[in-house]
Design a protein around this ligand. Structure first.
Ligand code: ATP
Ligand code: MP5
Length: 287
């Protein structure tokens, strides 16, 4: 008897260096044991030092890729990364509505670690008003949450305020990732904030000392999408994603790939011990 294979569709940009975007997503899906299909929104000529050039895919061709995957492979979870333009955002929002996709993980990619723009300025409005209302969960980092809310976010309290605003905009759950935030009470930890409109939790794990952080946000949200495709509830999926990225950053801490920010070690995970969920502390907060 044949088994169903959990599958995720990532709709994102290609990183020629392999550390972020579509490539990070597919590495992560494979490491998490789910099938990864892809619809590419843009080609970036990129390495660990930065983005040298971008070539955007026309929106109808993004739609053609989505249709080809959906009419045959039927992934139940979509994950979006670099969407580049308003046209592509609107195309993805339409398609998500037409296919009544059960879970959409929206990683609101705007700017690369290197500082290069990955989303047109005038596309922020479409991201908030067209796609966010279709999402199950949005996974902004500090800079993205600041751009979407207008708040300055330097502490856990400000993360909580931003999560409440973001939830209020589109009704999606929020996981505000705190790789670039150091709350004084949580020194030495990388802390993410989870808010689904009912419960607020903090997810904390050791902060790994490494410059190999390229694609960290993509990897976290891809692991989240993979866990949803495997049927885990959202908070459990978030815990798994946090465990996965902590292991992947640990695995990457002592190797060198490129001269800039090297990638997380998705592939090294397969060579080491199984994931240890006790690495992540989950603390319930009032809101
Ligand atoms: N140095 C670190 N040690 C441990 N975990 C980290 C570290 N940096 C980031 N993380 C974790 O990685 C995930 C993504 O975090 P982050 O907020 O850095 O996303 P991002 O800014 O989109 O990533 P990127 O650096 O790729 O742009 C979160 O779970 C965060 O807590
Ligand atoms: C195609 C693509 N998608 C996403 C990112 C963000 O990743 P990071 O913030 O680590 O640069 C990127 N650099 N390139």
């Amino acid at each position: 008897m044949s088994r169903t294979c959990p599958a995720v569709l990532t709709i994102a940009g290609s990183d020629s260096g392999g550390g972020a975007g579509i490539q990070a997503d597919l590495h992560t899906f494979a490491a998490c044991g789910v099938w990864g299909a892809s619809a590419i929104t843009a080609l970036t000529a990129q390495n660990t030092l930065g983005v040298l050039a971008t070539h955007t895919v026309p929106a109808p061709f993004v739609r053609a890729q989505i249709d080809a995957v959906m009419q045959d492979i039927h992934p139940t979870v979509w994950k979006t990364g670099m969407l580049a333009t308003t046209d592509i955002i609107e195309t993805v929002a339409h398609a998500a509505a037409e296919y009544a996709i059960p879970h959409l993980v929206l990683d609101p990619v705007m700017v690369a670690t290197s500082g290069d723009a990955l989303l047109e300025e005038d596309a922020h409005h479409a991201l908030i008003h067209r796609l966010l209302p279709r999402a199950t969960v949005i996974t902004p980092n500090r800079a993205e949450a600041e751009a979407l809310t207008g708040l300055l976010i330097t502490s856990l309290d400000e993360m909580r305020a931003a999560a409440r605003i973001l939830h209020g905009i589109g009704g999606a759950a929020v996981i505000l990732t705190g790789g670039h935030i150091e709350d004084p009470e949580w020194r030495g930890h990388a802390v993410d904030l989870f808010f689904d409109g009912t419960d607020m939790y903090l997810l904390a794990a050791e902060r790994i000392t490494t410059t190999n952080t390229h694609g960290t946000g993509c990897t976290f949200s891809a692991a989240l999408a993979a866990s949803l495709a495997q049927g885990l509830p959202l908070l459990t999926a978030a815990q798994h994603a946090k465990t996965f990225i902590t292991h992947a950053l640990r695995a990457a801490a002592d190797y060198q790939l490129g001269r800039g920010h090297g990638p997380a070690g998705h592939f090294l995970l397969a060579q080491s011990a199984p994931l240890d969920p006790s690495l992540v502390r989950v603390v319930r907060l009032g809101w």
